[in-house]
Design a protein around this ligand. Structure first.
Ligand code: HEM
Length: 151
């Protein structure tokens, strides 16, 4: 067995962990926070970060490895896979930037608001919007990944 298959497996597993975790947080935890459970939810969002960012690092690293396995450059260019890959890469960059802003600026802002007795709703609303955008980007990224592997 070549390393390509386990690496692709890890690529997909990491994507599932990242996007699945985000979907759970935005559709289960954030509604719970809006109904009054802000402090435990803020704690859960903080605790989710190591798993999220391990998954992000793995999906990116295994993605770069998979690029090296796509075959001869001329074929990659001719098939349109290069263009699809470029688009996918830009969307991943955007998703990672927004996810970083969410986890390392808005989640601490939520924690601070709760500790200082301020209104946590602005931070919660920013997190909810960022999550929606990242989930939308992820849906397109998955489609582009499938298009690349079936070029
Ligand atoms: C910089 C980051 C990334 C790079 C460079 C990258 C690169 C690639 C490449 C080259 C393939 C084709 C593999 C093959 O055919 O052997 C692929 C497949 C795929 N990628 Fe990514 N990827 C990245 C991030 C992501 C992310 C963030 C997701 C999901 C959120 C994702 C989901 C997928 C999916 C679903 C496939 C299809 C697998 C298959 O059908 O075999 N990728 N990726």
């Amino acid at each position: 067995m070549t390393p390509a298959l386990p690496i692709l497996w890890l690529h997909l597993l990491s994507a599932v962990v990242w996007v699945g975790g985000l979907a759970y947080q935005t559709h289960v935890l954030l509604p719970a926070a809006r109904r009054g459970g802000q402090a435990p939810v803020a704690d859960m969002l903080r605790r989710g970060r190591p798993l999220t960012w391990t998954a992000v690092a793995l999906v990116v690293l295994t993605g770069f490895y998979s690029v090296t396995r796509l075959g001869p450059l001329e074929r990659v260019l001719e098939s349109g896979a290069a263009l699809t890959l470029a688009l996918k890469f830009m969307l991943v960059l955007g998703a990672v930037a927004i996810a970083g802003q969410r986890d390392f600026a808005q989640v601490p802002r939520l924690t601070r608001a709760l500790a200082d007795g301020d209104d946590p709703r602005p931070a919660l609303s920013a997190i909810a919007w960022m999550d929606r955008i990242v989930l939308l980007l992820a849906a397109v990224i998955v489609f582009l990944g499938l298009a690349i592997s079936r070029r």
